[in-house]
Design a protein around this ligand. Structure first.
Ligand code: HDE
Length: 722
C-alpha cells in the first residue's frame, strides 16, 4: 500500500508548480491590455473632450483601471495580519504507519510540497516585525489525500482555555477602540486589565514576556501545534499527539532594546531575513517532532491533555523527530500567495483528528468563517495557493468568482443521471475520512472541567526552567509592559497575580513600579453545573511533577553554528586588506555573511592600494541589524573610525546588546576609544576579542563567540550609553 502511495506522489511538487503556473503571467514581449484583452495604445492619458477639456464618462479604459485599483485591498486578517511566507517541502524520516494512516506520514519516499506563513498576532498588516508578540507558524501540506494545515504558534500554550474568550482577548490586545493606540503592542491598559482578571493566562504570559516573543529570525524559532491532536492508524487505534517544529539553527532572540531599535531601522527585519536566506540558497529548515501518548495514559498527568494552557514537558514524554521541513522558494507575488493563503485547523487528512480541547473546537468554526469575510467567497479554495494537488469532486456549485466549470446535468447525490458520481468513499480502502470513534456520554453543560483549574503550576515550571539572563528579561519585560499601564489598580492586580508564579519575580516587578505585591483575589467567574460544588472550580496551583525542563529554555539550544549570521566589518581608507580578507574568508567559510561598513558609500583604499567596495555607509547601517562586529587592522582606518561618532556608537550598541566584537591589530584602538575601552575589565571579557598575535586564532575564537549568539552576562556589568 505504501508503494502505491509513493507512485501516486511522484512529481507532486512539479504538478503543484504547474498548477500555479496556469495562473501566472509573463509580460515579456507582450502588449499592455485591458482585462478583456484589448490592446491599449496610451497608458498616460485619459480620454478628454479636447486637450484642455473635461474627461469623458465613456473612457472605459480609465474606469476599468481605477475601479480595479479602488478594490485592491481586502480585509486584513483580524489576528496574524502581519506575516510572510514561502514555499518548500516536507520529507519524512521514518514511517508513522504504526500511529497514523496519513499517507504523507507513512511513506518516506514522498516529498510533500508545503507553504508556510509566519506572522505576528496583534499588529496590522504594515506593522513592525519586531513587536513583542506571539508568532504564528502555519504550514499547509499539499498531500495526495488533500490539504493538511498545521496552524500553530511559536509558543506551545495559549492565553485562554475556551474559544468563548477569544474575541475578548483579541479586543483587549488590539489598539484601544477610542484612539486606536498602541499599534502592535500589548503594553497598554486594556490588555493587562483583561489578563489581570484571567489567571489561566499566566503560563502563556510568562512565555510572551520571555525572549521567545522577540525572535532573532523566523528561522530560529520553534513552532508548536499547541492543542493535543490525535493520530489514528489503519486499525482505528488512536494516540494523542502534540506537534513540534525544531529549527536546525537553534532558538535565538534579540534584546528588547534592540527589538525596539530594529522596529525603526528595519520594520521588515524578519520578512527580509527569510526572503534573503531563501534567495541566497540558505534554505531554512525545521524538524517535525511528535509527542505520542497512549489513549490509556490520558489521565496520568497532573494536567489535562485537553487544556491548551498546558504543555507536556519533554522529560515526561520525549519528542520523537519524524521529518524535516525545508523552505526553498520565495513567492512570486506576495498578495496572490501569502495574503490569499487560507489556513484552517479543520483542513485534515485521514489519520489525523481533533480532541475535545474547547479552544480547538472553537477554532474549527472560526477559520472558514473568517475566509468568507476576508476572501469574500465560499470559493476561496479555488485560489491557486489554496488548491489541493488532488482533484476536487463534489456537488457544491456557483457562488462569487467561481472558477470551476462543472460539466453535466447533476449536482446532487444520490443520482442516476450522472452515473451516481461522485461516489462516497465508503470503504476503508477507498481512503475516505472517518472521525475517530470517540465515546461521548455526557451532560450538556456550559462550564469548564475541574481538571482545568490549575493556572500556575506550569507558569512556575517555565520560570524555573529559564537561565538567569532569561529570568531577568522576563522581569524587565513585565516592568516595561506594566510601566506603560496607566491605571494603578491594574498594575497592582498583576503583581499580586505574579506572586502565584514566583514571589521573587513579583517583588522585583512590584519594586520597579513602586508597589508591594500582595495576595491576589481570584473570584471564580463562570457558572458550574447545578450538581457541582463551586469550591472545586476555584483557580489553584498544582505543583508540576518536575522542577524544571531544559527544553523550555533557549539557553541550551545549538551553539555550534554561525550559518547565515550577519557580521559587520567596520573599515575606512587605510584598512589592511589582508586582515579584512582573511576574516571575511574565515567567516564566510562557516556560512556567515559579511558586509563592509564605512563612512561613505563607494570604495575605500586599502594599505596595498586596492579599492574595496563598501556595502553600507554608517548612515544606512545599524548594529542592531547585525549579529557581530569586526574591526580589521590598518592604522589609518582605525584612526578614521576612532574619530567617527557613528563607528563608536555602532560598537557601543553591539556591546550593549551583548554581541561578539573582534578587532585585529590596530583595530583594537577603535574598541579602546569606544565605551568598552573606558573599563579595563571589559576589554578582556568574553565576547570582546583583541590583542591577538595570530589572525587564525582570532578568527577561530571570533567564530566560536558568534556561535554563542549573545553574552547576556554582560548586561550585569554596566549600562552602556548607546
Ligand atoms: Fe487563530 N485565527 N484563533 N489561533 N490563528 C486566525 O484565521 C482563532 C489560535 C493562528 O498565517 C484567523 O485566517 C480563534 C490558537 C495562526 O494565515 C481566525 C481562536 C493558535 C493564524 C482565527 C484562535 C492560533 C491564525 C484570522 C480561539 C495556535 C494565522 C485570519 C478559539 C495554535 C494563519 C485567519 C495564517 C489566524 C481564529 C486561537 C494560530 C480569526 C477563534 C490557539 C498561526 O480565524
Amino acid at each position: 500500500m505504501a508503494k502505491n502511495k509513493s507512485a501516486r506522489n511522484k512529481n507532486t511538487e512539479t504538478k503543484k508548480v504547474a498548477d500555479l503556473q496556469q495562473h501566472t503571467e509573463n509580460p515579456e514581449n507582450e502588449f499592455l491590455t485591458t482585462n478583456q484583452g484589448l490592446k491599449i495604445n496610451d497608458n498616460q492619458n485619459s480620454l478628454k473632450a479636447g486637450d484642455r477639456g473635461p474627461s469623458l464618462l465613456e473612457d472605459f479604459i480609465l474606469r476599468e483601471k481605477i475601479t480595479h485599483f479602488d478594490h485592491e485591498r481586502i480585509p486584513e486578517r483580524i489576528v496574524h495580519a502581519r506575516g510572510t511566507g514561502a514555499h518548500g517541502f516536507f520529507e519524512l524520516y521514518e514511517s508513522m504507519e504504526k500511529y497514523t494512516r496519513a499517507g504523507f506520514l507513512n511513506d518516506t519516499s514522498v516529498k510533500t510540497p508545503v507553504f508556510a506563513r509566519f506572522s505576528t498576532v496583534a499588529g496590522s498588516r504594515g506593522s513592525t516585525d519586531l513587536a513583542r508578540d506571539v508568532r504564528g507558524f502555519s504550514v499547509k501540506f499539499y498531500t495526495q489525500e488533500g490539504n493538511y494545515d498545521l496552524v500553530g504558534n511559536n509558543i506551545p500554550v495559549f492565553f485562554i482555555q475556551d474559544a468563548m474568550k477569544f474575541p475578548d482577548l483579541v479586543h483587549a490586545l488590539k489598539p484601544e477602540p477610542h484612539n486606536e493606540i498602541p499599534q502592535a503592542a500589548s503594553a497598554h491598559d486594556t490588555f493587562w486589565d483583561f489578563i489581570s482578571l484571567m489567571p489561566e493566562s499566566m503560563h502563556m504570559v510568562m512565555w510572551a514576556m520571555s525572549d521567545r516573543a522577540i525572535p532573532r529570525s523566523y528561522r530560529m524559532m520553534e513552532g508548536f501545534g499547541v492543542h493535543t491532536f490525535r493520530f489514528v492508524n489503519e486499525q482505528g487505534k488512536s494516540h494523542f499527539v502534540k506537534f513540534h517544529w525544531k529549527p536546525l539553527l537553534g532558538v535565538h532572540s534579540v534584546a528588547w532594546d534592540e527589538a525596539q531599535n530594529i522596529s525603526g531601522k528595519d520594520p521588515d527585519f524578519h520578512r527580509r531575513d527569510l526572503w534573503e536566506a531563501i534567495e541566497t540558497g540558505n534554505f531554512p529548515e525545521w524538524e517535525l517532532g511528535v509527542q505520542l501518548i497512549d489513549e490509556k495514559d490520558e489521565h496520568k498527568f497532573e494536567f489535562d491533555l485537553l487544556d491548551p494552557t498546558k504543555l507536556i514537558p519533554e522529560e515526561l514524554v520525549p519528542v520523537k523527530i519524524i521529518g524535516k521541513l525545508t523552505l526553498n522558494r520565495n513567492t512570486d507575488n506576495f498578495f496572490a500567495e501569502t495574503e490569499q493563503i487560507a489556513f484552517h485547523p479543520g483542513h485534515l487528512v485521514p489519520g489525523i483528528d481533533f480532541t475535545n480541547d474547547p479552544l480547538l473546537q472553537g477554532r474549527l468554526f472560526s477559520y472558514t468563517d473568517t475566509q468568507l469575510s476576508r476572501l469574500g467567497s465560499p470559493n476561496f479554495h479555488e485560489i491557486p495557493i489554496n488548491r489541493p494537488v488532488v482533484d476536487i469532486h463534489n456537488n457544491q456549485r456557483d457562488g462569487h468568482m467561481r472558477q470551476m466549470i462543472n460539466k453535466g446535468q447533476t449536482s446532487y447525490e444520490p443520482n442516476t443521471l450522472g452515473g451516481g458520481c461522485p461516489f462516497q468513499a465508503m470503504m476503508k480502502k477507498m481512503g475516505g475520512f472517518t472521525s475517530f470513534l470517540e465515546r461521548i456520554d455526557a451532560k450538556k453543560i456550559r462550564s469548564r472541567s475541574k481538571s482545568f483549574t490549575d493556572h500556575f503550576g506550569q507558569a512556575t515550571l517555565f520560570f524555573n526552567s529559564q537561565s538567569q539572563p532569561e529570568k531577568d528579561h522576563i522581569v524587565n519585560a513585565l516592568r516595561f509592559e506594566l510601566g506603560k499601564v496607566q491605571t494603578p489598580a491594574i498594575r497592582q492586580r498583576m503583581v499580586n497575580l505574579l506572586t502565584q508564579v514566583d514571589k521573587g519575580l513579583a517583588e522585583q516587578v512590584a519594586a520597579s513600579l513602586g508597589l508591594v505585591a500582595g495576595k491576589p483575589e481570584m473570584p471564580m467567574n463562570h457558572s458550574v453545573p447545578a450538581d457541582a460544588n463551586p469550591k472545586d472550580y476555584q483557580p489553584r496551583k498544582v505543583k508540576s511533577s518536575i522542577e524544571s525542563s531544559a527544553a523550555l529554555s533557549m539557553a541550551g539550544t545549538l551553539k555550534n553554528s554561525i550559518q547565515t549570521r550577519k557580521i559587520a566589518i567596520l573599515a575606512a581608507n587605510g584598512v589592511d586588506d589582508a586582515s579584512l580578507a582573511a576574516m571575511k574568508k574565515a567567516l564566510e567559510a562557516k556560512g556567515a555573511q559579511t558586509k563592509v561598513i564605512a563612512p561613505m558609500l563607494g570604495f575605500i583604499k586599502s594599505t596595498s592600494g586596492k579599492n574595496i567596495a563598501v556595502d553600507e555607509s554608517f548612515l544606512i547601517a545599524a548594529s542592531v541589524l547585525y549579529d557581530a562586529v569586526f574591526i580589521p587592522a590598518g592604522a589609518a582606518s582605525a584612526a578614521a573610525l576612532k574619530a567617527n561618532p557613528d563607528a563608536l556608537h555602532f560598537i557601543n550598541e553591539a556591546y550593549k546588546h551583548c554581541k561578539a566584537i573582534a578587532a585585529d591589530a590596530e583595530g583594537a584602538e577603535v574598541i579602546g576609544e569606544s565605551y568598552i575601552g573606558m573599563n579595563e575589565k571589559d576589554k578582556t571579557e568574553a565576547g570582546v576579542l583583541s590583542g591577538y598575535k595570530s589572525a587564525n586564532k582570532l578568527a577561530a575564537d571570533f567564530i566560536n563567540a558568534i556561535a554563542q549568539h549573545r553574552f547576556w552576562e554582560r548586561e550585569k556589568m554596566r549600562k552602556v550609553p548607546a
